[in-house]
Design a protein around this ligand. Structure first.
Ligand code: PBG
Length: 345
């Protein structure tokens, strides 16, 4: 029989030394152990890839404020969709750069079933790829004033805009959109769009609501990409949310869920992780974050200058969304992350 080891008597001094024996670093010491205790992981299934469309053929046009992001013509968009499918990315989000000649104060081109978005939808759908196609519902890529809605003087009209958005959503659904994503922040648009879709037989078309969308400076490069930064008159603060607010984000989300949203979204992403966490904790619905153009541009710019490790910053920023409760992220890094994740296997 082995002798019983002599344990020191437990004294209050000893309790202190037991606490001192709590060493959280023990679990972090080795790679296998870090993997074993890891609470969140980023996978390709978390990615939604926003792509920009432009007229023409075989066009790949760089967006200067978004390095490595290009506007693509419809034929090239089909190739991007093929690439995304091969990489396992679940969905694409389509955004058009509309020819300035086609923009007017009503955003009429949004209702044209032959507009860029609709042509891209049909062309990609014709290939039968296993990938979801999301489309943005808002008038800004089509209006001469760059606003998401119809205007009367300086005022953005709510209900008149909602009517127009319903028609836009129907045109997109008819062209093959799987997920309608209203990004306009008009009141009541989710209910109205849901009703219109159902009435015309698009009962299976999903809605991802931009529920908590803030009037943010981080959309700058996107507005370059869709060509609305030069045209935008004033700002969007009478319809997009005040960055100071968080309770209001819950009210917006609650309404969108009640009105029939299948999924909700917070936008921008990284500066609004607190909103994401609150929404996820409160509603437990599929919740997404949009890592917007300005966030992308910041990481790219710092990376290009050698001020931070771009790849690590990219992966860390995406993991942060998962930790904050996101079920997925719209990110311009999507194909690169998917490639990185595939290479690791
Ligand atoms: C259009 C829309 C915007 C974005 C997505 N949809 C811009 C805006 O509201 O001005 C921003 C996306 C990004 O910055 O990456 N309503």
């Amino acid at each position: 029989m082995a002798p019983t080891p002599q344990l020191p008597p437990i004294t209050s001094d000893h309790m202190d030394s037991l606490l001192a024996g709590t060493r959280l670093r023990r679990n972090r010491r080795t790679d296998w152990s870090r993997r074993l205790v890891r609470e969140n992981v980023l996978t390709v299934d978390d990615l939604i890839w926003p792509i920009f469309l432009v007229d023409g053929e075989k066009v790949r046009q760089p967006v200067p404020s978004m390095p490595d992001v290009v506007r693509v013509s419809v034929d090239e968009a089909v190739r991007e969709a093929e690439r995304a499918t091969r990489l396992g990315i679940p969905a694409l989000a389509l955004f058009p750069y509309t020819d300035p000649d086609l923009r007017d104060d009503m955003g009429t081109e949004a209702l044209n079933s032959e507009n860029l978005t609709c042509r891209a939808l049909r062309a990609i759908k014709a290939e039968g790829f296993n990938i979801g196609l999301m489309t943005d519902v808002a008038l800004d890529p089509y209006t001469s004033h760059g606003h998401d809605g119809l205007m009367n003087g300086e005022t953005i009209l709510n209900d008149e805009t909602v009517d127009q958005l319903c028609r836009q959503a129907l045109v997109q659904a008819d062209a093959g959109a799987d997920v309608i994503a209203p990004s306009d922040m008009m009141d009541g648009r989710i209910a109205a769009i849901r009703q219109s879709l159902d009435a015309l037989g698009f009962r299976e078309t999903q809605i991802m609501a931009y529920s908590a969308k803030y009037a943010s400076a981080f959309y700058g490069p996107f507005r370059d990409a869709v060509g609305s930064s030069g045209t935008l008159i004033g700002d969007k603060r009478t319809y997009q949310m005040d960055p100071a607010n968080t309770d209001e984000a819950l009210r917006e989300t609650e309404l969108d869920i009640a009105e029939g949203a299948d999924m909700v979204m917070v936008k921008p992403g990284m500066p609004y992780l607190d909103i994401l966490r609150r929404i996820k904790d409160t509603y437990q619905v599929p919740t997404y974050a949009y890592q917007v153009s300005g966030e992308y541009a910041m990481i790219k710019a710092a990376g290009t200058n050698g001020w931070l490790d771009e790849e690590r910053a990219m992966l860390e920023s995406l993991l942060a969304f998962k930790r904050a409760g996101a079920n997925g992220v719209l990110t311009y890094f999507a194909p690169r992350i998917a490639e990185f994740l595939a290479g690791e296997k």
